[in-house]
Structure formats: C-alpha cells, structure tokens
Ligand binder design. Structure first.
Ligand SMILES: NC(=O)c1ccc[n+]([C@@H]2O[C@H](COP(=O)([O-])OP(=O)(O)OC[C@H]3O[C@@H](n4cnc5c(N)ncnc54)[C@H](OP(=O)(O)O)[C@@H]3O)[C@@H](O)[C@H]2O)c1
Length: 287
C-alpha cells in the first residue's frame, strides 16, 4: 500500500498530502465513493457545504468501519453565510450533517472560507474569518484556512486579524500554476492546496504529459498528480470510478526528474488556463 506523507500546518496539526475530493459527487453516491476511497487507503476527505454531500462523507467513514479520528475531514463555509451569525449556524449544520454525535468526535479537522467574495458583504471577509477563529478556539475546527484567496486578501487578513490561515485552497494544475499566490503562501507559512489538480481531465491529453507518462510507465493523471506532490502542494483528486480512485492513490512508487517537473510547470497558460472562476470577481451565492 502507498504511504501518503503528512504535511505540517502552521498550528501544529498535520494533513495527509493526498486526499479524496467530493465536488460534483451526487449526495446519494457520496457514501459509496468515500468508502471506496477509504478502503483503498485514503485518509483525507475534502467536502464543502456547497457540495451538498457532507452527510454522505460522514456515512462513508462509518460504512468503512473507521473511527472519526482516523480520517482528516475538511469542509467549507458556503457563500451565503459570510455574516458571523450565519457562519456560526452553518458551521453547526456542517457538524450535524457529518453525523458524529459523540462530543469527542464532533469536529472538523479543517474549515475554510470557500470564496473571498470581495464584491459581496461590503468586501468584509474579515469578520467571517473572526467567526472561524471562534470555531478554532472552541476546538470544533482543529485548523482553519481559506480558499480562493488572492494575495491582497491574504495581506488584509495578516493586517487585521491574529490568525494566519493554515491553508489556502486554490486552483493549481499545469495549465494554471498560480505561482504568485503559491509563493505568498510559502513565504508566510500557509500550505497551498491545489484544487482541480488534473484540471478536471483537461491536461490529460497534453502531448508533454503523455510523453512523460509513456517514459515513466505511469498514466497521465498519475504523472500530473505526482508533479503536485513533488512541488509540495496538498491534493485531493475527485473520481467516482473505482479504478481511477486506486490509480490516483498509486503515485508514491515513482519520481519525476527535475526536468519533467519543469516541463509540466512550463505548460502554464496564465489566466487563460483557469478552469474555474476568478476569485476577484466570483460572486455566486447559491439559492
Ligand atoms: N475550493 C474550491 O473552490 C474548489 C473548486 C473545485 C474543486 N475543489 C476540490 O478539489 C477537488 C478536485 O477537483 P475537481 O473535482 O474539480 O477536479 P479534478 O480532481 O481535477 O478532476 C476530476 C475529473 O477528472 C476525472 N478523473 C479523475 N481521476 C482520473 C484519472 N485517473 N484518469 C482520468 N480521469 C480522471 C473524474 O472523472 P470520474 O469522476 O468520472 O472518474 C472527473 O471528471 C474537488 O472534488 C474539491 O474537493 C475545490
């Protein structure tokens, strides 16, 4: 079985570098997909209030016969709940949906502000962050972080609050390397989590990726996931296909050369390479 490294967070906690993402997994299929991943050996699940499948995550862990403490769980605050009272209520619901009722199990390992929404709430994500500081203080979120924060958003938190985010979960893959935000994180002790690590499949038929796959005897997805691992980012590829879930886990028995890592990094297309929205303008509040 592969051994997944742990990465140290700035608050003393540790996070498995490889996890399983459940964005766009049907709520009714989430428990089965999560159980498949856990049976293979994953011990880190990335969900969000917005995905509507937190209950399936908790169920999948119980179905796999694992204890709450065996699995690192991340969830994220939905965009409609940035006001502190709403954030507190939403966080209570996250814990309730995960369904670990014993007081010692009633926590998330990591809770994030999903999007900064700088054009909403009068641009105030600072009071939202202070609500998350409360979740950490009362022990129900072991670590807190942000997602899709740009450098000015991180600078504002640094200037106006006491807690440096443990992670910033941002879009990163070979077509969008997002280097300035990663570099800020590296300089300030914020671990980068790379979402859509294979660009939802879009990078897999790239000739450079295919060439390295052929030379290493690995699949294109394994090559790209390995690139992230060697760059030190945390990843959680999503799949509902059992063989792919297995393949995405089997990335610790080979190494890319520095030239291969560089060749993949050079595929960057800048902002044109994004698969998701630009955090500076994204303002979607779900119904
Ligand atoms: N914070 C944010 O704003 C944000 C945004 C997006 C994503 N995320 C997180 O990041 C996770 C991963 O991102 P993502 O789900 O957008 O995209 P992704 O993991 O880059 O790609 C998932 C897609 O690739 C396919 N796939 C997976 N493994 C494959 C393999 N080995 N070979 C070929 N195809 C493969 C999947 O298909 P099948 O499922 O059909 O197998 C699915 O269509 C999410 O689940 C979520 O946890 C966070």
């Amino acid at each position: 079985m592969s051994t997944v490294p742990n990465i140290d967070l700035n608050d003393g906690a540790r996070i498995p570098q490889l996890g399983f993402g459940v964005y766009q997994i049907d709520p009714d299929e989430t428990a089965a997909a999560v159980k498949t991943a856990l049976d293979i050996g994953y011990r880190h699940i990335d969900t969000a209030e917005m995905y509507g499948n937190e209950a399936g995550v908790g169920q999948g862990i119980r179905d796999a016969g694992l204890a709450r403490g065996d699995v690192f769980i991340t969830s994220k605050l939905n965009n409609g709940f940035h006001e502190p009272d709403a954030a507190r209520k939403a966080f209570d619901e996250t814990l309730s949906k995960l369904g670990f009722d014993a007081p010692e199990d009633d926590y998330v390992d990591l809770f994030l502000i999903h999007w900064p929404l700088p054009t909403k709430y009068g641009g105030d994500f600072v009071s939202t962050w202070k609500a998350l500081e409360g979740f950490k203080a009362d022990g129900r979120a072991r670590s807190i972080g942000v997602s899709n924060f740009q450098v000015p958003h991180l600078e504002r938190l640094a200037a106006e609050t006491d807690t440096v985010p443990a992670v910033n979960q941002i879009e990163v893959h070979p077509y969008f390397v997002n280097e300035a935000v990663r570099a800020y994180g590296a300089q300030h002790g914020i671990v980068t989590e790379a979402w859509s690590p294979i660009a939802q499949g879009q990078v897999l038929d790239d000739q450079v990726v295919e060439g390295i796959a052929k030379a290493t005897g690995k699949s294109p997805a394994q090559v790209v996931l390995r690139w992230h691992i060697q760059r030190g980012d945390v990843i959680f590829p999503k799949s509902v296909t059992p063989q792919r879930i297995q393949d995405n886990f089997d990335i610790f028995d080979f190494e890319l050369s520095p030239d291969d890592v560089d060749a993949l990094t050079e595929l960057d297309k800048g902002a044109d390479g994004r698969t998701g929205p630009n955090p500076d303008t994204f303002d979607m509040i779900p119904d």
